[in-house]
Structures are given as C-alpha cells and as structure tokens.
Design a protein around this ligand. Structure first.
Ligand SMILES: Cc1ncc(COP(=O)(O)O)c(C=O)c1O
Length: 380
C-alpha cells in the first residue's frame, strides 16, 4: 500500500492535546469572558518573555498586527515603506491599506529574505519604514537594515509572522536575537498552520518602546481610554479569550515542536545529499550566519518545479508554493507600474521553489517517502 503524505496535518497535534485544550476552553466558559481578559494577559506576558521584549499586545490576526504597527508609527498617506515582493500578501496589503506606498526591494536568492544591499537606493524623502519579512522562519539580515534605519531615522517593523522563536546572528558569545525584538515593532501570526497556531485567527505585536506599545494597545480597542473616550481613531482588533486559552496550552510545547521541525529539516538535508550530487540546481534551504531557523516552511529550489509538483501530487504527496506570483506582479498592485523583470530574484524564486511537508508529527517513514519520490522523479 502506498503511503500518502499530506502537506500539513493539524489533527495529530490537536488530538494529543484534546483534554488539555478542552479544560482550558471550559475555564473560559466558566468565566464567560470572551474578549481579552486574564488569558490574553498571560499569553502576552509569555510571548513578550519568549521574544525578549518588554511588551506584547494580542490582536486579531497577523495582518492586523502589521496594520496596527503601521498605525502606531503614524505612517499614512503619501509615505513609503520598503519591503520585499516575495512574501505573503498581507505584508504589502497592510501598507497599502494604511494609505502608504509599498516600495519593493528584491530578495537574496539564497535566503529568500530582503537583500539589504539593495535597500539604500530605494530610500527617498518619503520613506518612513523598512518592513523586513523573516520568511519561512529565518530572520532577514537585520544588522545592515538596523544600521541603515538608524542612520536615516526610519522605523523598522518586522513581519515575523512565520518566525516565532527564530533567532538572528548571535553576538560573539551570547544567544541570538529573537525575531520581533530587533526593530521598533514585531508582528506575529497565530494562524493555525504557524509553529504556534490558534483554532482560528490570532496575532501579536511585540515592542520594547513603551509609547509604541501603549499606542498599539489602545488602537486595537478603537483608540479608547478610558472606555468611550477616544484618543485616536483605532480599529477593533482584540484577541479572543478562547484563542488565548488554546495558545497558552500549546505554547508549553512550542520549543519541543520547533526542535522537531529542525530535526526533520536536518534529516531532509541528509536524505537529499544523493540528489544534490545528481541534479544540478537542486537547492536546500540556506541558513545564514548561525541563525536559528524555525522551519515554519521547508522550501527547496528545484529544476522543473511544476512537473515535480504534479508528479508528487499524483503520488499522494502534498506540497505547496510560497508564493507563485510576487507581489509587484499582482493585479491589485498594477498601479505601482511594475513589470516582469523588475525583481528577478523574487520572480525566479516564485518559479522554482517548492515547500515540502514539515511539521512536528511528520514521521520518518513519511519523510523517506517524500525523498524517495523526488529521487524517482529525477531518475526517470
Ligand atoms: C509573512 C506573513 N505576513 C503576514 C501574515 C498574516 O498573518 P494572518 O494570516 O494571521 O493575518 C502571514 C500569515 O499568514 C505571513 O505568513
């Protein structure tokens, strides 16, 4: 019997925590408090500590975390924000929705993160912020970005939606700097398939600056303090108590799950050695410096990507493409007047990369099957 390998399978994890999660939900039931409250406070404290920040503010989604961060910095109409075009839509969508213009900078073809060496030429008088994305679970190259931002007095907002617990380049003998704590504000998503996933939408903003943190905290409740007195025009982006209760249960296992992902990534690397020696341009994920990659996704670059993907689908192996069309070529951004060829590294990545199954519960047999079928494709 052939073995199917789903691209992602949430069920084993949810089942293993069924009792614990049901009791946490029961606790919320007893209190009948469904918005914010002590569970959200506790989650915020846990995430702030985990991200090496002083503050964390629970919000309704990762997309709202980005939007609220832009609001809190006062970025708006006519301003420019620098970001990569090879990312999830929300990174640029939030910039546009606030009234600012996304200014794209191409990616480093090895890490798929924004290429810092191309940022400076894009900075204008209108630039207000750099918005690096820690794609797939590895931090963008933050030192040159932070240096440039300091010199030009720009905000740095980190899109760390895929990178909870990811660490950037440790200082010589110290621990790495966690994603989200290096810039002015860090944005996280607890979308169900993230390393820490809710049973619905949820997000978080982390900060060290008390004023920015306070502003995000107020903006998520329509800018009101006290209730019904509005200092700013905010939005409704509160974190549900039930989501926080579930996330608090799951948070206890996050490190263990992340280590399991890392172990599987390492094992893929070992199993793929034979293919690398046989197939030109077959590229595994590249880890820069001594970064701590948390492998929210395991993305390889391969020749004949679309044919390989179809072959794997027919063999019962799930894969995905993050992302098939870079943002500068999206219909909704046609007003930015970009053309094919403007960001070649992003366009090439969109054509050549493939995400393979990686989750803590993926078994060795399943991994062997994925690699075996990829080998079979290239040996045909
Ligand atoms: C890079 C990136 N930015 C932003 C988001 C938006 O997060 P959410 O789906 O929680 O709104 C996501 C997740 O989907 C993401 O992967």
């Amino acid at each position: 019997m052939t073995m199917n390998v789903p691209f992602f399978d949430l069920k084993p994890q949810s089942l293993s925590l069924r009792q614990e999660i049901q009791s946490a939900i029961d606790e919320v039931f007893e209190t009948q408090q469904f918005i914010l409250g002590s569970k959200v406070d506790a989650l915020e404290q846990a995430i702030a500590q985990y991200c090496q920040t002083t503050y964390a503010i629970g919000v309704a989604s990762g997309s709202d975390a980005l939007f609220l961060s832009l609001m809190a910095t006062g970025i708006g109409h006519g301003d420019e924000v620098i970001l990569p075009p090879f990312t999830f839509f929300a990174t640029a969508g939030s910039v546009s929705r606030i009234g600012a213009n996304p200014v794209f900078v191409d990616i480093d073809p090895d890490t798929y993160n924004i290429d810092p060496s191309q940022i400076e030429e894009k900075i204008t008088k209108k630039t207000k912020a750099i918005l690096p994305v820690h794609l797939f679970g590895q931090c963008a190259d933050m030192d040159p970005i932070l240096q440039m931002a300091r010199a030009k007095r720009l905000y740095v907002l980190e899109d760390a939606a895929q990178a909870l617990g990811s660490e950037y380049r440790p200082y010589s003998d110290s621990i790495g700097r966690r994603a989200g704590q290096m810039g002015d504000l860090g944005c996280f998503s607890f979308y169900p398939t993230k390393n820490l996933g809710a049973f619905g939408d949820a997000g978080m903003v982390v900060a060290n600056d008390p004023l920015l943190a306070e502003k995000v905290r107020l903006l998520r409740v329509h800018g009101s303090q006290p209730k019904y007195y509005h200092k700013w025009i905010g939005i409704n982006s509160r974190l549900d108590t039930i989501q926080a209760a579930i996330l608090l249960v799951k948070f206890k296992y996050l490190e263990k799950w992340t280590e399991a992902r890392q172990k599987k990534a390492k094992r893929y690397g070992e199993l793929f050695q034979e293919i690398i020696s046989l197939v030109d341009d077959f590229q595994l994920p590249t880890i820069q410096y001594q970064n701590r990659h948390i492998f929210n996704q395991y993305v390889i670059r391969v020749p004949r990507r679309d044919q390989l993907r179809k072959f794997l689908t027919d063999e019962g192996i799930g894969t995905d493409i993050y992302y098939p069309l870079p943002l500068h070529l999206q219909e909704c951004f046609s007003f930015l007047k970009h053309r094919k060829g403007d960001f070649p590294a992003s366009e090439k990545a969109a054509e050549e990369t493939l995400a393979l199954p990686i989750y803590p519960e993926l078994t060795e047999d399943q991994q062997d099957r994925v690699v075996d079928r990829i080998k079979a494709f290239y040996k045909r």
